[in-house]
Design a protein around this ligand. Structure first.
Ligand code: URA
Length: 227
């Protein structure tokens, strides 16, 4: 029997899909977001504080995995009726910004396998196009934590899910983790994949004409790797 624990994350307002979960919107979390959103934040601080949020998101993603009853004996000789993890996981990062989330996943899941997907806009069709993918060979047997920090239009994430599902992973075994989402991106994404859980740190107001999230934090990859 699989015991499904209630997630600790809060579900989002009624206007958003039920498969979307946000981190608890505490003052502490808001302070972290205020630092990484600030255009004057140094690259060092951006790395440090975005890593803190990533760690929280990964831990939350793991809360959505099933567990099985498990009894152990403690050093006192007593038995403890707990639970153990069920099934195996892997990560898949959407290049390049998603790579920034890999270390956070490795910190909590020792020697986890991580695949990579590169998707870019096709200049002719303006649609997201797959350029490269390297996924764990046994991915079909695993739960997949899909990593991409910013859910803007949802185009890249939807393409990435398509690729992962083509490799045999059912939609409900994929958990998409991101730091900031736009409401329109969430709606697009969840309309296409209604049983795939999305764990997001914060839901922002919307997108600007360049498809950047507003207020957002700018280009995550640029701020993480370049500025
Ligand atoms: N990617 C980013 O890095 N930032 C956005 O606002 C949207 C997509």
């Amino acid at each position: 029997m699989v015991v499904q624990h209630a997630p600790t994350s809060q579900t989002t307002p009624a206007s958003l899909p039920p498969s979307v979960f946000t981190l608890p919107q505490t003052a502490q979390l808001e302070a972290l977001y205020t630092i990484i959103r600030d255009k004057n934040t140094s690259r060092g601080d951006f790395l440090f504080y975005s890593d803190r949020i990533i760690r929280l998101l990964v831990e939350e993603g793991l809360n959505h995995l099933p567990v099985l009853p498990k009894t152990v004996e403690t050093p006192t000789g007593a038995t403890y009726e707990g639970v153990g993890f069920e099934g195996q996981i892997c990560g898949v990062s959407i290049l390049r910004a998603g790579e920034a989330m890999e270390a956070g996943l490795r910190e909590v899941c020792r020697s986890v396998r991580i695949g990579k997907i590169l998707i870019q806009r096709d200049e002719e069709t303006a649609q997201p196009k797959l350029f490269y993918s390297k996924l764990p060979q046994d991915i079909a047997q695993r739960y997949v934590l899909l990593l991409d920090p910013m859910l803007a239009t949802g185009g890249s994430a939807m393409k990435a899910v398509e690729v992962i599902m083509e490799h045999g992973v059912p939609e409900e075994r994929i958990i998409f983790i991101n730091l900031i989402s736009s409401p329109e991106g969430l709606r697009n994404f969840c309309a296409k994949y209604p049983t795939l859980r999305v764990i997001t740190g914060w839901i922002d107001k919307g997108l600007n004409e360049k498809q950047y999230i507003i207020p957002g934090l700018g280009d995550f990859g640029e701020r993480r790797y370049c500025s």
